[in-house]
Design a protein around this ligand. Sequence first.
Ligand code: GLV
Ligand code: MN
Ligand code: MN
Length: 424
Amino acid sequence: MGSGLSAAALAAAAAVDETRLWQALMDLAAVGARSDGGVCRHALSDEDIAARALLIGWAESRGFEASVDEAANLFIRRGGRDADAAPVLAGSHMDSQPAGGKFDGAFGVLAGLEALIALDEAGIETRRPIDVVAWTNEEGGRYDRSCTGSSVWSGVSELESYLSDIGADGVPLGEALARTLAATPDLPRRPRHWTPFAFIEPHIEQGPVLEAEGLSVAAVTGIQGVRWMNVEVTGKAGHAGTTPMADRQDAVQGALRAIAGLNRLMADPQDRVRFTVGRINVTPNSPNTIPEKMLFSIDFRHPDRELLEDRGGQIAQVVKDAASPCETLIVPTLSMDPTPFPDSMVALIEASAEALGLGCRRLASGAFHDALYAARVCPTAMIFIPCRDGLSHHPAEWAEPCHCADGARVLAATLVELANSPKT
Ligand code: GLV
Ligand code: MN
Ligand code: MN
């Protein structure tokens, strides 16, 4: 054969249907569609529930079995010859940013479904079952602590620790989770933890490299480390027209000094540090009251764990000194170390792409993904496809139909190789 891939893997890739996959992407994008062309599909919202119903309907119409776990992670199974063999898992998430796009997460889930359909249409049996997953709350757009579903499934966090988290709309996560689970009362329940043979997450790159290099896919080598925290700066409310400037404890001014101090701390001539203040809440948020509180979020990332530790460890002091005389409180919400993927998995994706004649390179992920948690449980890798102008977390996010199909082809071929692997 010469390609290094089995005939079944090549046949599965050949059965991927670009039009069908594109239609599914557009149909899913209609759920929570924004008037600017983007998508707002918050985790565990009515739109998320509707998206789940769509996916379950597509899966069941093809004879695949849907199931769900306590964290509302949704699984779609195509059975294998050996029902006891550890399944291969693939997928991503269906929740979006508040002003998100059509592809972030959705592509990974629907490429997974398309791969299952392609295997069916090519008449391919695999030894292992293949599960496609839609993880719960990857984005953190409604409930701050992102990757809720995959972190619970992986055993890194306890589901119970999330239930009282309050969403941006004031609804506790436990309540939204119960509503979501109640919408599919007949779905079989999966255990909270289980170990797949391997996990593959297809995703748009969310950066400019593949497009600039004219490549179809990337074999992702790993994910950089990330620290999230919320900073609360507390001053003293008072009358904006009467309180002398020297007597004020203005929380907004304190927070602005703190952010300026953090910009100095995070300065990086190599431009590898990523530092973002993406959310600001002011209380009482009135033009003529001196602000009593300002909360701001920090998203800080770097590929090197020591640097994350070192600069991350200085944040509290920088904030405290700069915001004085206001009081400060820092609440960490996410901390993940840089995560390399096993070389054997990266090489398998490269080999699939090469056998299919697709331009491919290795690439590290700047964004985090559920694969970060899956990598704690089983051999994990990711497939990236290009997205226009590298734009993501934006309504104009766009991936070409041919690139979506190429990513699904690499996935289908890789899944067949993994699902027929004789290893236990
Ligand atoms: C994922 O959405 C990220 O922010 O990297
Ligand atoms: Mn994503
Ligand atoms: Mn995202």
